[in-house]
Write a protein that binds this ligand. Sequence first.
Ligand SMILES: *[C@@H]1O[C@H](CO)[C@@H](O)[C@H](O)[C@H]1NC(C)=O
Length: 387
Amino acid sequence: MAQPLGGSVLAVLFLLACSAMAMAAYNVVDFGAKPDGQTDSAKAFLAAWEATCGARKPATMVVPAGRFLVSQALFKGPCKNAGMKMVIQGTLVAPPGYSDITQWITLKYVEGLSVYGGTLDGRGQALWACKKARRSCPYGATSLTIGQSKNILLSGIRLLNSEVFQMSIFSSTGVTVRGATITAPGDSPNTDGIHVQMSSSVTIRGSTMRTGDDCISLGPGSAHVWIENIKCGPGHGISIGSLGNAAQEAGVQNITVRSVAFTGTQNGLRIKTWGRPSNGYVKGITFEHAVMSNVQNPIVVDQNYCPSNINCPGQSSGIKISQVNFHDVRGSSATQVAMKLDCSPSNPCSEVSLKDIKLTYRNKQAQSYCRNVKGTASGVMNPPSCL
Ligand SMILES: *[C@@H]1O[C@H](CO)[C@@H](O)[C@H](O)[C@H]1NC(C)=O
């Protein structure tokens, strides 16, 4: 498969297309934005957005090259057209230091928007330092939030050094992320790449993620999600969960994670649930064609998550996990137990299918661990199956 075109190439193509079709284009600089990295351009960005969103025909918002300081921006719909574009050649820069805001750049109630290019520099360093020093610090801001929105494309976005999550997609449908580059240091706290929750028809492909937490995490209510051709590491891997924190929770279903390369990550492919009662479920999951390089826990199902042993010791997860495939997973584990399937005593995992697992552990035999799992193994199994 061809790699997606770079954001800036697409940006130029779109500018040409726009002028050819005389599509309305609203440039943030014309609304007063300053590419000096110091003057707060939030008001100008919002004014350009109002014009784009309020246009009766498909319109384009343009951010030219340069560094634009944006204190905070909520791009809100509903809009008057569903064929909007945002062409971003420059970088949006968060303010220095940190504050109490929890969302930096947000799309809300937006339907029909394609974003080409763009770099979002969250400048999370000051907040990470505060957290490392264990002072009392604010929670932090997600760099890009897509909420209550529909039919959104992000092509070639770069997310850099967010305070907490780099991107969060919630209560949305039809969101495609392609050719994203997401970067934060491996030791930066809570800098998950993309978190998905209460959303369906989400596609994430052809992207590179280096983070201090999960590259991609799928929370309650994630459905019909397609993840393909991702490079992950450093980071904590690709995770379904944590689930089952609440007693009443939406399930996770029909998730495909295909052709992911994990390098030096804490986990590879993981399903994680709290060890306490919940009515949620996980079903119809396919993990296939994964390559692990020195991954601590390449395959993990952990239904006994109970951080700090608060509110769950001795309890059992209510989340029902079924129809999970791990097919064609190869490479190297950094620990001897390369595959750990530790399911709930009260709700054993069912219909788990293992096929062609080829994981090595240095010059020793890799091992697998199963508890409360029903399923089948076929093809090459290394470590040997524990089913
Ligand atoms: C599963 O999700 C994919 C998108 O990832 C979608 O194309 C497919 O129709 C879904 N299958 C079902 C049975 O809903």
